[in-house]
Design a protein around this ligand. Structure first.
Ligand SMILES: C[S@@+](CC[C@H](N)C(=O)[O-])C[C@H]1O[C@@H](n2cnc3c(N)ncnc32)[C@H](O)[C@@H]1O
Length: 217
């Protein structure tokens, strides 16, 4: 599941993960993090998520990283923004109106690029990655983010034998282990198997599915 896999998904418009509306957990739980208005929020593996628009509406600066150029271009197009595109090797930096999207590989990020980040919103990023890559992902976040950055994480669990990911089932035990020794608080655990947007997983044989929301301090 390398970058090419995702770039092809975007080229073939296989983007069932993209939500047309703002994530309900983001709306509900973000205020509890009490992130100052002008703070920068990092959205890893951001796609063209409309959650970034909601974060921007709260007054935040938004910094995303996304490997698929199509996703980045569509985000700005659908937001009716004309970005300035510059090279910030090995990334392309797309910027408009307090949004900065770095187009390139998350694993190439460096400390200076994330120096201003005060909080992270992870929806469909951790769970998009296979197990070994999840360890690298959290280790990379830990290595490049400033200390004491709060994270709102939306997780997903289902019987792993029901479907080959992505998205992958990531248990609470794994989240605790990945983020140890940080404080991990589960804010919600919601059965979503009957929801309309999980129909695509029921078609793939999944009969149980729930979403978890964590605040990681
Ligand atoms: C499941 S999608 C979720 C997108 C977004 N978070 C959302 O909620 O719609 C995962 C995204 O991560 C991107 N991606 C995967 N691996 C990446 C990497 N190593 N660096 C940057 N982006 C990556 C994919 O292109 C895809 O858009």
């Amino acid at each position: 599941m390398d970058s090419q896999f995702w770039i092809e998904r975007w080229s073939n418009k296989q983007i069932g993960f993209h939500q047309p509306t703002v994530n309900a957990y983001l709306r509900r739980f973000w205020p509890a993090l009490q992130i100052p208005r002008a703070a920068t929020v990092f959205v890893p593996l951001c796609g063209k998520s409309v959650d970034m628009r909601w974060l921007h509406e709260q007054g935040h600066r938004v910094l995303g990283v996304e490997v698929a150029r199509i996703a980045v271009a569509e985000f700005f197009q659908e937001s009716a923004l004309e970005p300035q595109v510059t090279v910030m090797h090995p990334f392309e930096r797309w910027q408009a109106d307090d949004y900065t999207l770095l187009c390139g590989d998350f694993f190439d990020l460096s400390v200076d690029q994330l120096a201003e980040v005060a909080a992270v919103f992870d929806r469909a990023a951790l769970v998009a990655l296979p197990e070994a890559t999840r360890k690298r992902y959290v280790a990379k976040l830990d290595a490049v983010l400033p200390q004491h950055v709060q994270t709102l994480l939306v997780g997903l669990t289902y019987p792993p034998e029901h479907m080959a990911g992505p998205p992958f089932s990531v248990s609470e035990a794994e989240v605790l282990e990945l983020y140890s020794p940080r404080d991990v608080e589960r804010l919600a655990d919601v059965d979503v198997i009957d929801h309309s947007d999980t129909a695509r997983f029921r078609e793939r044989g999944v009969t149980r599915m729930s979403e978890q929301v964590y605040r990681i301090g």
